[in-house]
Unconditional design. Structure first.
Length: 202
Protein backbone atom coordinates (compact mmCIF):
# COMPACT_ATOMS: atom_id res chain seq x y z
CA UNK A 1 0.00 0.00 0.00
CA UNK A 2 1.30 3.46 -0.92
CA UNK A 3 0.69 5.55 2.22
CA UNK A 4 1.24 9.28 2.57
CA UNK A 5 2.89 10.85 5.61
CA UNK A 6 3.00 14.62 5.70
CA UNK A 7 3.47 17.69 7.85
CA UNK A 8 1.72 20.94 7.00
CA UNK A 9 2.72 24.40 8.21
CA UNK A 10 4.41 23.20 11.40
CA UNK A 11 5.73 25.98 13.63
CA UNK A 12 7.55 25.51 16.92
CA UNK A 13 8.51 28.20 19.40
CA UNK A 14 10.42 27.92 22.66
CA UNK A 15 9.73 30.83 25.00
CA UNK A 16 10.17 33.83 22.70
CA UNK A 17 12.46 32.05 20.24
CA UNK A 18 11.00 30.78 16.99
CA UNK A 19 12.66 27.44 16.11
CA UNK A 20 11.04 27.01 12.69
CA UNK A 21 7.89 28.25 10.99
CA UNK A 22 5.40 26.89 8.43
CA UNK A 23 7.46 23.78 7.69
CA UNK A 24 5.81 21.26 5.37
CA UNK A 25 6.72 18.00 3.66
CA UNK A 26 4.90 15.10 2.04
CA UNK A 27 6.31 11.58 1.78
CA UNK A 28 4.90 8.49 0.15
CA UNK A 29 5.93 4.98 1.17
CA UNK A 30 9.47 3.99 0.30
CA UNK A 31 10.97 7.49 0.52
CA UNK A 32 13.90 8.85 2.52
CA UNK A 33 13.88 12.44 3.78
CA UNK A 34 17.17 13.91 4.98
CA UNK A 35 17.19 16.89 7.36
CA UNK A 36 20.25 19.12 7.24
CA UNK A 37 21.21 22.44 8.79
CA UNK A 38 23.43 23.95 11.48
CA UNK A 39 23.18 23.02 15.15
CA UNK A 40 20.17 24.65 16.74
CA UNK A 41 18.25 25.01 13.48
CA UNK A 42 15.42 22.76 14.68
CA UNK A 43 16.18 19.36 13.15
CA UNK A 44 15.86 17.38 16.38
CA UNK A 45 12.95 19.58 17.44
CA UNK A 46 11.08 18.61 14.28
CA UNK A 47 11.47 14.90 15.01
CA UNK A 48 10.26 15.45 18.56
CA UNK A 49 7.21 17.29 17.21
CA UNK A 50 6.48 14.37 14.87
CA UNK A 51 6.46 11.91 17.79
CA UNK A 52 4.47 14.15 20.14
CA UNK A 53 7.24 15.12 22.57
CA UNK A 54 6.78 18.76 21.58
CA UNK A 55 3.43 20.27 20.62
CA UNK A 56 3.73 22.60 17.62
CA UNK A 57 2.36 26.12 17.85
CA UNK A 58 0.70 25.68 14.44
CA UNK A 59 0.29 22.99 11.83
CA UNK A 60 -0.65 19.33 11.61
CA UNK A 61 0.81 15.90 10.93
CA UNK A 62 -1.22 13.74 8.56
CA UNK A 63 -1.14 10.05 7.71
CA UNK A 64 -3.43 8.99 4.89
CA UNK A 65 -5.69 12.03 5.31
CA UNK A 66 -6.07 11.53 9.08
CA UNK A 67 -4.48 13.81 11.68
CA UNK A 68 -1.99 11.94 13.90
CA UNK A 69 -0.55 15.01 15.64
CA UNK A 70 0.07 14.21 19.34
CA UNK A 71 -1.76 10.88 18.93
CA UNK A 72 0.50 8.83 21.20
CA UNK A 73 -1.26 5.52 20.62
CA UNK A 74 -0.89 5.81 16.84
CA UNK A 75 2.67 7.11 17.15
CA UNK A 76 3.84 4.24 19.37
CA UNK A 77 2.36 1.67 17.00
CA UNK A 78 3.54 3.18 13.74
CA UNK A 79 6.70 5.21 14.35
CA UNK A 80 10.14 3.99 15.37
CA UNK A 81 12.19 6.85 16.84
CA UNK A 82 15.86 6.75 17.79
CA UNK A 83 17.20 9.97 19.25
CA UNK A 84 20.58 10.97 20.64
CA UNK A 85 19.96 8.93 23.78
CA UNK A 86 19.96 5.17 23.35
CA UNK A 87 17.36 4.70 26.15
CA UNK A 88 18.53 1.21 27.03
CA UNK A 89 18.34 -0.02 30.62
CA UNK A 90 21.99 -0.16 31.68
CA UNK A 91 21.46 -2.86 34.30
CA UNK A 92 19.80 -5.16 31.73
CA UNK A 93 21.68 -7.30 29.24
CA UNK A 94 21.34 -6.59 25.54
CA UNK A 95 18.94 -9.51 25.08
CA UNK A 96 16.86 -8.45 28.10
CA UNK A 97 16.49 -4.95 26.65
CA UNK A 98 15.38 -6.30 23.27
CA UNK A 99 13.08 -8.85 24.88
CA UNK A 100 11.37 -6.13 26.94
CA UNK A 101 10.46 -4.05 23.88
CA UNK A 102 9.74 -6.82 21.38
CA UNK A 103 7.33 -8.42 23.81
CA UNK A 104 5.37 -5.14 23.80
CA UNK A 105 5.59 -4.84 20.02
CA UNK A 106 4.84 -8.51 19.32
CA UNK A 107 8.10 -8.98 17.41
CA UNK A 108 10.04 -11.42 19.59
CA UNK A 109 10.89 -13.42 16.49
CA UNK A 110 12.94 -10.47 15.15
CA UNK A 111 15.54 -10.40 17.94
CA UNK A 112 18.07 -12.85 16.50
CA UNK A 113 17.81 -11.24 13.06
CA UNK A 114 18.40 -7.73 14.42
CA UNK A 115 21.38 -8.81 16.54
CA UNK A 116 22.92 -10.46 13.50
CA UNK A 117 22.33 -7.41 11.30
CA UNK A 118 24.16 -5.20 13.79
CA UNK A 119 26.88 -7.77 14.41
CA UNK A 120 26.37 -8.01 18.17
CA UNK A 121 25.21 -11.61 18.66
CA UNK A 122 28.24 -12.12 20.91
CA UNK A 123 27.06 -9.32 23.22
CA UNK A 124 23.54 -10.63 23.79
CA UNK A 125 24.18 -11.63 27.43
CA UNK A 126 26.32 -8.60 28.31
CA UNK A 127 24.85 -5.89 30.57
CA UNK A 128 24.58 -2.58 28.71
CA UNK A 129 26.68 -0.79 31.35
CA UNK A 130 29.72 -2.77 30.15
CA UNK A 131 29.35 -1.85 26.49
CA UNK A 132 31.37 0.78 24.66
CA UNK A 133 29.53 3.77 23.20
CA UNK A 134 29.60 2.19 19.73
CA UNK A 135 28.34 -1.16 21.02
CA UNK A 136 25.56 0.57 22.93
CA UNK A 137 24.52 2.44 19.79
CA UNK A 138 24.43 -0.82 17.83
CA UNK A 139 22.30 -2.41 20.55
CA UNK A 140 19.87 0.52 20.35
CA UNK A 141 19.75 0.17 16.56
CA UNK A 142 19.12 -3.57 16.90
CA UNK A 143 16.14 -2.79 19.11
CA UNK A 144 14.88 -0.23 16.58
CA UNK A 145 15.08 -2.76 13.75
CA UNK A 146 12.56 -4.89 15.66
CA UNK A 147 9.90 -2.17 15.64
CA UNK A 148 6.83 -3.15 13.59
CA UNK A 149 6.04 0.36 12.35
CA UNK A 150 6.34 1.75 8.83
CA UNK A 151 7.80 5.18 9.69
CA UNK A 152 11.34 5.53 11.01
CA UNK A 153 12.83 8.69 12.52
CA UNK A 154 16.57 8.66 13.18
CA UNK A 155 18.47 11.50 14.88
CA UNK A 156 22.15 11.12 13.93
CA UNK A 157 22.09 7.30 14.10
CA UNK A 158 25.76 6.91 13.10
CA UNK A 159 27.12 8.74 16.17
CA UNK A 160 29.67 6.51 17.90
CA UNK A 161 29.76 3.93 15.12
CA UNK A 162 32.91 2.59 13.44
CA UNK A 163 33.00 3.32 9.70
CA UNK A 164 32.29 -0.36 8.93
CA UNK A 165 29.15 -0.15 11.07
CA UNK A 166 28.16 3.13 9.38
CA UNK A 167 28.22 1.37 6.00
CA UNK A 168 26.12 -1.44 7.48
CA UNK A 169 23.58 1.02 8.86
CA UNK A 170 23.29 2.85 5.55
CA UNK A 171 22.54 -0.50 3.92
CA UNK A 172 19.89 -1.27 6.57
CA UNK A 173 18.21 2.12 6.06
CA UNK A 174 18.21 1.56 2.31
CA UNK A 175 16.58 -1.85 2.83
CA UNK A 176 13.90 -0.25 4.99
CA UNK A 177 13.16 2.23 2.22
CA UNK A 178 13.16 -0.49 -0.45
CA UNK A 179 10.58 -2.42 1.58
CA UNK A 180 8.21 0.56 1.45
CA UNK A 181 8.97 2.17 4.79
CA UNK A 182 9.17 5.94 5.21
CA UNK A 183 12.42 7.20 6.76
CA UNK A 184 13.31 10.65 8.08
CA UNK A 185 16.92 11.02 9.20
CA UNK A 186 19.23 13.67 10.60
CA UNK A 187 22.74 12.76 9.59
CA UNK A 188 25.97 14.47 8.53
CA UNK A 189 27.34 11.41 6.74
CA UNK A 190 27.51 12.31 3.05
CA UNK A 191 26.95 8.73 1.87
CA UNK A 192 23.55 8.81 3.53
CA UNK A 193 22.83 12.22 2.02
CA UNK A 194 23.34 10.69 -1.43
CA UNK A 195 20.65 8.09 -0.68
CA UNK A 196 18.00 10.68 0.18
CA UNK A 197 14.98 11.21 -2.05
CA UNK A 198 14.33 14.62 -0.48
CA UNK A 199 16.37 17.06 1.58
CA UNK A 200 15.10 19.83 3.86
CA UNK A 201 17.65 22.45 4.87
CA UNK A 202 16.54 24.04 8.13
Amino acid sequence: MNNNYSATNLSVRRSEKKIFENLSFSLTSGKLLKLIGPNGSGKSTLLKALIGLIEPETGDVIFDQESVLMDQEWISENICYLGHKNTLKREFTVIENLHFWTKIWGTLDQIDHSLKLMGIEYLRDTPVRYLSSGQTRRAALARSICHPGSIWLFDEPTVGLHFHDVAKLIDIIQRLVNKGNTVVVIEHNMDLVKCADYIIDL
